[in-house]
Structures are given as C-alpha cells and as structure tokens.
Design a protein around this ligand. Structure first.
Ligand code: FMN
Length: 281
C-alpha cells in the first residue's frame, strides 16, 4: 500500500515552504491537504517542514546531521580508494553490515520516485560457488553454440577478426574457470544484485545509481566490491540463475557486484586517461 503525506494543520504555520518545493504541485493552499493523485511521495514536504508538521504514516523523518568539515576530501578519498577487488578474505559479511548497506541504499533516488528497485544479496561461499557454476555452465553452453568452425565466417562478417578474437578469448577464460580459477566471482563471499520492475520509469538508471551508491557506501565500511557485467547478462538470460536468485519475471537486472573483505591493499590512485569534457557557458 502506498503511503502519502498528511499535513497536521494544527502544527502547520502556513510558511509555504512545502508548497513551494512540491514538484508535483500537490498541496492545496486553502486546506493544506495533499492531492494523492498528483503526489509522487518524494517527501520533500516533510523534509523541508521546520516544525515537523508533515508525516508519512505518523513519521516525520529523522533530523539530518550537518556534513562534517572537509567532507569533500573524505569523499574524494572514498571515490579514489574504490577499486575493483578480485582477492577476498575468507570471511562472509556480517548480517549487520548487509542490513546497514540496504538501509542506506534505500535513500538513493529513483526516476519519478517510483522506488521499484529490489536488491538480492547472496552471503555464503557455498551459494556463491553454486551460482558461479550455474552461470559458467550457461556461458560454456552459449559459447559452444555461438563459436565453432561453422560460425567463424559469420562472426568475422558481423564483427571482424577483432570480434572473433574476443570471443575466442572469452572461451579460453571459461576453460580457466573449469580448471579451478574463479574468473567470474573471484571467490567473493557475497553478491549484490540490483533488479528493477520493468514498469518503472527509468529502470536502468535507477539500478545503476543504486548499485553505485551501495558500492561506495560498502567501501566506506571497509568492504571491497567488483561490478560484474557478465552476471548482469547471465542472470537476465538464464532462467536457472533467475530461479536460483529468486528474481521475479517482472524485474530486469541492471547491475551486480561481488563484495567481501579485501585481501589486497592499493596505496596509490589509479592512472586514468585524460577526461574529454565540455563545459558550456
Ligand atoms: C559496468 C561494469 C562491469 C564490469 N564487469 C566486470 C566483470 O564482469 N568482471 C570483472 O572482473 N570486472 C568487471 N568490472 C570492473 C572493471 O574491469 C574495472 O572497473 C576497471 O578495470 C577499472 O578498475 P577499477 O574499478 O579498479 O578502478 C566491471 C566494471 C563496470 C563499471
């Protein structure tokens, strides 16, 4: 059931801040009531109210701390410290850590405030290996169908020799997995899967924004993460993987990352090629 804001007209001082900030123009001035047909439940009205007169289900939201001094420097360090982690300690995540990440990521935005992002978390070495095996067997099957001497000319025609080389490289990597090297999930203890209802307005953007928010927050908790493009495609294409993760058919996966306690330490920032940027004034 959708919860809409209710304005306590006794408490309300008619300062007008909520009406001015309402993106949906949903607050009727004379009565100070909310038109639920227009309201997108973004809660700007309750967040901005100086006297706490606007509540969702009786809750006015917690008062926010001020940003600490030098926040920009902390944030810069956080962004630069986040690297793809492919070596993890032999330790699963604490329940409280997962709970914290999920609680915080729920504050990330969604297009038209649709709030239709779901997160599935795996936190078990055993389940992660099971999942990796299902995925890699699926990829091996796909590759055997796609890449064989009969299909070589078609691949070259469609994507050139470079495309063929890349596919052959992937095929070799799949073999490496079955020889005992976990090139898919790197023996991480945990996986975060971000899947979004196809009915939401901006599903791909929502999914990626949520994953990025969660990955950076995980970094601040001392975790390491690694995005996984193969699993995004794998889960969306394999019914077995979908069933394993209990992803509803109504949802599409937009981002996935592995997570765990890093067993590597990077002491220097990454080399990046020069950014092509334009500022229009
Ligand atoms: C969308 C996306 C998909 C990725 N998929 C994989 C993947 O499947 N496997 C992997 O090991 N790394 C994957 N990566 C990690 C990139 O290789 C990595 O971000 C890049 O090399 C830069 O390194 P850094 O993250 O340590 O700065 C992915 C990254 C992104 C952004």
């Amino acid at each position: 059931m959708k919860i809409y804001p209710v304005i306590d007209t006794e408490e309300c001082t008619r300062c007008g801040l909520c009406r001015k900030d309402c993106v949906a123009n949903a607050i009727e001035e004379a009565t100070m009531t909310v038109n639920n047909d227009l309201c997108i439940r973004c809660s700007h009205c309750s967040a901005i109210c100086p006297v706490g007169a606007v509540a969702f289900n009786g809750e006015t939201g917690t008062l926010l701390n001020k940003l600490p001094e030098n926040m920009d420097l902390y944030f810069e360090t956080l962004i630069k410290r986040r690297r793809s982690i492919r070596h993890y300690k032999n330790k699963i995540l604490d329940d409280s850590t997962i709970k914290r990440i999920l609680e915080i990521v729920n504050h990330a935005p969604t297009g038209t405030n649709s709030q239709k992002v779901s997160v599935t978390v795996v936190n078990s070495f055993e389940k992660m290996h099971e999942l990796s095996d299902i995925a890699m067997r699926f990829f091996r099957f796909l590759m055997s169908v796609l890449i064989n001497p009969f299909t070589y000319p078609i691949i070259v025609l469609l994507s050139g020799f470079k495309g063929l080389k890349r596919l052959v490289y992937y095929k070799k990597n799949i073999n490496r997995y079955f020889e005992g090297e976990n090139i898919l999930t790197h023996d991480a203890p945990a996986l975060f899967v971000f899947h979004v209802s196809k009915r939401s307005s901006c599903p791909s953007e929502d999914g990626v924004i949520w994953a990025t928010t969660a990955a950076l927050y995980a970094e601040s908790l001392g975790l390491g993460t690694c995005y996984n493009g193969f699993l995004v495609r794998g889960i969306n294409s394999s019914d077995r993987l979908r069933r394993f993760l209990n992803i509803p058919k109504t949802n599409k996966v937009y981002e996935v990352f592995t997570a765990g306690y890093p067993d590597v330490k990077y002491v220097r920032s990454a080399y990046k090629s020069e950014l092509k940027s334009t500022v229009i004034i």
